[in-house]
Ligand binder design. Structure first.
Ligand code: HEC
Ligand code: HEC
Ligand code: HEC
Ligand code: HEC
Length: 135
């Protein structure tokens, strides 16, 4: 229900107990909405921007292809080391190593999680509940 209509409904209530209950419910509703609206106004930092800041150019990832699309893991690994190196780098991550799932090991396409021009994806959480922060 729209908050303004809710206000009208609450002030027209005659039972003081119901009125207080409705006011409390409305406050809870607003408390739940605030974090959502804040999240919407925060400018996301894309991983491609992070790369740009480190001097990695469009060509480093996309080559000279006119039509830029998805970038294969081999190209990422060209700079970030072997799959085994990557597994080692995140061996300390709790509760599980995102680069060494028992299902796929390090054989996943990087882009499944590390989107470059849009919000990154905690892909494991389709099924698990890991608190990964995917850069
Ligand atoms: C030309 C080399 C190069 C290529 C190609 C490249 N990267 Fe990077 N990447 C870097 C550098 C340099 C940094 C910043 C230094 C660092 O933190 O390692 C970086 C940073 C990152 C980070 C952030 C690490 C952190 O600590 O926050 C991630 C994630 C990442 N790259 C993933 C990828 C993926 C996925 C691809 C392929 C789509 C890719 N990179 C392609 C060089 C490269
Ligand atoms: C299932 C999701 C997922 C996939 C697929 C994935 N990563 Fe990651 N990656 C993560 C998460 C989560 C982290 C952050 C771990 C942490 O908390 O430090 C990370 C961290 C990194 C980092 C920073 C490591 C550091 O120095 O701490 C690099 C570089 C990176 N990934 C590159 C890659 C590359 C290259 C690929 C493809 C071969 C890849 N990742 C595939 C989830 C993923
Ligand atoms: C670190 C590697 C990396 C860098 C640097 C990078 N891209 Fe991308 N780009 C990707 C990946 C991976 C995708 C696949 C979609 C995604 O992850 O967002 C992509 C997709 C695209 C697409 C296809 C549209 C889409 O969103 O699917 C365009 C266009 C593009 N990139 C342009 C650029 C330009 C222009 C630059 C330089 C300013 C750049 N990219 C720098 C990795 C990179
Ligand atoms: C499509 C669903 C799905 C996805 C996506 C998925 N998993 Fe799993 N995972 C499972 C199932 C099912 C099990 C078995 C659970 C059991 O036996 O109790 C499992 C088990 C595991 C286990 C063994 C320990 C445990 O909790 O039972 C680890 C570690 C694990 N997954 C890590 C990962 C990581 C890391 C990712 C992301 C790269 C991932 N999983 C993505 C479905 C998934």
């Amino acid at each position: 229900m729209h908050p303004i209509h809710l206000n009208e409904r609450i002030s027209s209530m005659s039972n003081p107990f119901l009125k207080r209950l409705a006011t409390a419910a409305r406050l809870l509703l607003f408390a739940a909405l605030i974090p959502l609206s804040q999240a919407a106004t925060q400018a996301p930092t894309m991983t491609a921007d992070l790369h740009k800041a480190k001097g990695v150019t469009c060509v480093d990832c996309h080559g000279t292809a006119k039509k830029k699309t998805f970038v294969a893991a081999e190209r990422c690994l060209g700079c970030h080391g072997s799959p085994a190196d990557l597994v080692k780098k995140t061996a300390h991550v709790k509760p599980e190593n995102p680069h060494d799932a028992p299902h796929w090991g390090p054989q996943m396409e990087c882009n499944v999680c590390h989107r470059q021009h849009e919000k990154t994806v905690n892909w494991c959480n389709h099924c698990h509940a890991y608190g990964f922060k995917v850069p």
